[in-house]
Design a protein around this ligand. Structure first.
Ligand code: SF4
Length: 993
């Protein structure tokens, strides 16, 4: 066409009007090879601006400003309350804005018709009329195009010289022209000498050269991306120009995936930037900061902000904050939310506690140098965190009306002080902030919450900017690439239901009303799909080769999906068939459809270094060569260790990766009942908690009740205080009512202490916890009175042994070795004549798992407290009858409250069993035997399906998922495990001796 024009007018100006900036760029580049001069490339909207410049008046109305005017009319209750007023929400505002854009196209009579459809539409039209009034002196796109069209149509119009300046106009039509611009497009195309080049207006595909189209199917989207990368790398190997290659899609989630995968293999990417600011570090910084203020410094919001954003600490020279350390500190300190009630109080208390604990331990000589250094460091970090939070909290914006510039100033100062970013990040933010400042031109002072809503909405917007053009593979939505003369085009994601993307339903005007009023101007959903189809078809004309991809499953779904309808239409055409059933496609009966066999790819087609490694490894293993000899592995220590770890773990042998550690020498000759019980339950748990001393930090999020440990401690402490106080009363002269009153006082005192330690919990929660505890304590009080009435007297409460200068319990085993225990007995009752002794251990949980104590007095080593405490009590009362029981204060049923029943305890049998399990445990620890034993699979209330030993284990996260499988595979593989296996698997029954 250009050559034809040049035949008549060798040096005249030619203007090529293209649908997009991208098509302007790629057409110019493609045509420039032939030699171009005096030829301009412009979009239709640029032509409109150029022609009407100087003729139209008024400030241009930007999208964000329009949105602000929409906000004003949406809030106005005097217009109505059906679609606005009190029903206002940011979502409604966004919907109104989008619908108003379409309503701009309607004439008076159409607006009347829309308004008469129903009361909602009537109010909608009123709000639109109010919006038009507010924006009457502003210029917007449709108005500018209309004025430009008028100038083009009249040779004597003011401003006509700018039409002449365009020279001969070639209009490239590759996709539906936007409704607002159609009038200008028509006016230009009707002028003599101008002409329209239509890229494709027929519904059929390419036609003659079907060789240029290929279709592929892959199992998943991940496979699809890998295959595309492989094919692009192959293009590069074939010396094809990657700058004339495009990867297109409808679903925007492809943008990041493709971009990252191409960049990972060193291929540059160009095209529109489809990343929202909220996905970029600087956007996450702002969003996280708003969430922190919004949630009243909720710990989770604060730590999410810490870990997701590049934050500097202004009081430490802008150094990056130690986010992981601060997260752990805030957990350990028990922070929940609110700077005043939680952060300050708890961090200060935590810091003091660290110092006091460290000083005490140092005095006792229990703390090593490393321990002292760690405590000092923890204290410093805590202080830094506290200062950081206090200083940030002081920057909170007071809730009042303000100007946009005030809001942006506030934000800018926070960005300057806290955000770590580079020039490009700052630039992106500064563009956003400039847009916000432009809102002051609407003349209304917004509230802080409205400013924040607008900022959030803007952060969530796709960046419309072009990253770069022509510098690499073009990656973008298909509509951005219409009329671009690419050599190679990949169209991805052609799966049924997701291609084309189903347009969202307009919540304000239903489709049937749109169709009734004007389906073109109001863009019914059917119209959007027709437009997408036209854009899709134009690709087959503008591109050299097109490759279509159908992934058979979508991310997060297991079910196989058929191909998109347009994909099938292409295949029908390629296979000259009028009908193809999905079954034929799934059963490989359509030769034109290439199925990528992702499990059988040769290394030479790898799309990058890492894939080459993976495919090479697969081939190596398939050839049955030793994995140890794989060259990449031999050169990488980390991989070698990983492989050793995997193969040993999955082997049938008992290895160091399964808890088979080096013997320590000596023996486990002292400990507590709990430590020995932990080993008997799961040796690996013992190893992690007692040997490695790993301490899980609980998440202190707001709870509706106290956790079981805190509640149990509360009950224990109240009983201890009450009992100790009672023991000091020489004559025991208080009446039962006075005693009950003292018990209640103790409970009140301890609840108040807890309230102080755990601020921020609701009154309702404390009332409930008080009632729960008091009902248990009253039950205990009744039982206690009954027991004491039978001639027994409580003699000891919380009696310690093995601590300080108190002698430990020494258990001489049959082998001759002695094991020393320390511990604390909750209660010892003695008869008046000191011939009977009852030892008790209080439990605030359920008695369920203690039912087997009558058969096995130590429950396979998991419950050794009673025989051990009896040993301690025996030293005080060498000749008395000894009995011991767990006292379940929570159990409503009396028969479950004492287990085993006091008359069923057999001290001799219990001692015998205690010695045998203690031997297994001591030997296990000494020989370095620490397997992970999850126990039987069962169901626990509040936990669900789990393993017996793991249900409440704090180390679940660091234990292998397949622990039950591994344990079943290995437990009989080594004699070193046999004693432990016998202990936990062999049932004993002492009931009948
Ligand atoms: S999760 Fe289970 S197997 Fe792992 S340490 Fe805890 S109890 Fe043992």
């Amino acid at each position: 066409v250009i050559n034809g024009i040049r035949d008549d007018d060798e040096f005249g100006v030619i203007t090529i009007v293209t649908p997009t900036l991208q098509s302007a760029y790629y057409l110019r580049r493609s045509l420039a090879a032939e030699g171009l001069f005096n030829t301009n490339f412009l979009r239709l909207e640029d032509v409109a601006e150029q022609i009407s410049a100087g003729v139209t008046t008024g400030e241009p109305l930007t999208d964000i400003q329009a949105s602000e005017y929409v906000y004003q009319v949406a809030l106005d209750s005097s217009i109505g309350t059906l679609v606005g007023g009190e029903r206002y929400s940011p979502q409604l505002q966004a919907a109104l804005h989008s619908t108003f854009r379409q309503m701009e196209r309607l004439d008076e009579s159409q607006l009347d018709r829309l308004g008469s459809a129903n009361p909602n539409q009537n109010e909608l039209v009123k709000r639109f009329t109010a919006y038009k009034k507010l924006t009457s002196n502003r210029k917007y796109g449709g108005e500018i195009a209309r004025q430009a069209a008028e100038i083009v149509s009249k040779d004597d119009a003011v401003g006509f010289h700018s039409v002449t300046a365009l020279g001969t106009v070639i209009l490239v039509k590759a996709a539906p022209v936007q409704f607002e611009l159609q009038v200008l497009f028509d006016a230009l195309s009707e002028r003599d000498n101008n002409m329209t080049v239509i890229v494709d207006e027929s519904p059929s595909l390419h036609g003659s050269d079907d060789e240029s189209i290929s279709t592929f199917t892959v199992p998943t989207v991940a496979d699809e991306i890998r295959e595309v990368i492989r094919q692009i790398v192959q293009l590069a190997r074939d010396n094809e120009s990657l700058t004339r290659t495009a990867v297109l899609f409808e679903d925007d989630s492809y943008a990041n995936r493709i971009t990252e995968s191409l960049q990972a293999v060193g291929i540059n990417v160009s095209g529109p930037d489809r990343i929202t600011l909220k996905d970029a570090p600087e956007g996450r910084f702002i969003l996280g900061l708003l969430n922190v203020f919004d949630s009243d410094f909720d710990r989770l919001a604060v730590t999410a902000w810490f870990s997701s954003s590049p934050i500097g600490d202004p009081s430490h020279g802008g150094q990056p904050i130690p986010s992981a350390r601060w997260d752990a500190i805030s957990r350990s300190a028990g922070v929940v939310r609110s700077v005043k009630n939680s952060w300050s109080l708890r961090l200060e208390r935590y810091q003091q506690k660290i110092v006091v604990d460290a000083e005490t331990s140092e005095r006792r000589g229990e703390l090593s140098d490393d321990g002292i250094t760690a405590a000092v460091s923890e204290s410093k970090y805590t202080q830094q965190l506290n200062q950081f939070i206090q200083s940030l909290a002081s920057r909170e914006l007071p809730d009042k009306q303000l100007t946009w510039i005030d809001f942006v100033d506030w934000l800018n100062q926070l960005i300057n002080d806290y955000l770590i970013t580079d020039e490009s990040g700052r630039e992106r933010l500064s563009k956003l902030l400039k847009r916000l400042i432009s809102l002051d031109s609407t003349g209304v002072k917004p509230s802080v919450s409205h400013c924040i809503d607008v900022l959030r909405e803007q952060l969530d917007r796709k960046n419309a900017g072009i990253r770069s053009l022509g510098a690499g593979v073009y990656v973008g939505p298909l509509w951005t690439a219409v009329a671009c003369p690419f050599d190679q085009v990949f169209i991805l994601g052609m799966t049924e239901g997701s291609y084309p993307t189903i347009p969202r339903t307009d919540p304000l005007i239903p489709d049937h009303v749109k169709i009734d009023v004007d389906p073109e101007r109001l863009v019914a959903r059917s119209r959007s799909i027709a437009d997408s189809k036209e854009q899709f078809q134009s690709m087959f004309v503008s591109a050299g080769k097109v490759r279509l991809f159908w992934p058979r499953t979508l991310p997060g779904q297991a079910q196989q999906m058929g191909p998109a309808r347009w994909f099938v239409e292409v295949l029908q055409r390629l296979s000259h068939s009028e009908f193809i059933a999905v079954n034929q496609l799934l059963n490989h009966q359509v030769p034109e459809l290439k199925e990528i066999q992702v499990n059988a790819l040769p290394p030479e087609i790898a799309g990058g270094e890492s894939e080459l490694g993976v495919l090479g490894a697969l081939e190596w293993v398939e050839d049955e060569r030793s994995s140890q000899e794989f060259p990449l592995l031999k050169s990488n220590d980390d991989l070698q260790r990983s492989l050793k770890f995997q193969s040993e773990r999955f082997s049938s042998s008992w290895t160091e990766y399964d808890g088979n550690l080096r013997p320590e020498g000596g023996s486990e000759s002292s400990g507590s009942a709990t430590a020995f019980e932990t080993y008997a339950t799961c040796p690996y748990k013992y190893f992690v908690s007692k040997k490695l001393k790993v301490q899980p930090t609980k998440s202190p999020e707001e709870l509706t009740k106290l956790d079981p440990l805190t509640f149990g401690t509360l009950i224990h402490e109240v009983l201890e205080r009450f009992s100790k106080d009672r023991l000091t009363q020489v004559d025991r002269s208080l009446t039962p009512e006075e005693d009950r009153g003292k018990l209640l006082d103790e409970l009140n005192k301890h609840i108040e202490k807890l309230k102080d330690e755990m601020p921020g919990r609701s009154h309702g929660m404390w009332d409930l916890e008080f009632s729960r505890a008091w009902s248990m304590l009253q039950r205990w009080f009744r039982d206690d009175s009954e027991m004491l009435s039978r001639g027994m007297v409580q003699k000891y409460a919380e009696l310690q042994f093995g601590y300080g200068n108190k002698p430990p319990v020494e258990l001489m085993l049959d082998s001759g070795e002695t094991i020393r225990f320390r511990g604390q007995i909750d209660r010892i009752d003695v008869s008046d004549d000191e011939t009977r002794v009852h030892v008790y251990d209080y439990k605030s949980g359920s008695s369920k798992s203690y039912e087997s104590l009558d058969r096995d007095p130590v429950n396979k080593g998991g419950m050794i407290q009673l025989p051990l405490y009896s040993e301690a009590a025996r030293r005080l009362y060498p000749d008395a009858d000894m009995s011991a029981a767990y006292w379940f204060v929570k159990e409503p049923d009396k028969k479950d409250r004492l287990l085993p029943p006091t008359d069923k305890y057999d001290e001799t049998k219990a001692r015998h069993r205690l010695k045998s399990v203690v031997k297994v445990i001591a030997d296990g620890v000494r020989s370095g035997t620490f397997p992970a034993d999850p126990g039987e699979r069962n169901w626990r209330p509040g936990v669900g399906q789990t393993y017996e030993n793991c249900a409440y284990c704090e180390f679940k996260k660091i234990c292998p998922e397949n622990k039950a499988f591994l344990w079943s595979k290995k437990k009989h593989s080594d004699p070193a495990l046999s004693d432990y296996v016998a202990l936990t698997e062999n049932e004993v029954d002492y009931k009948d001796g």
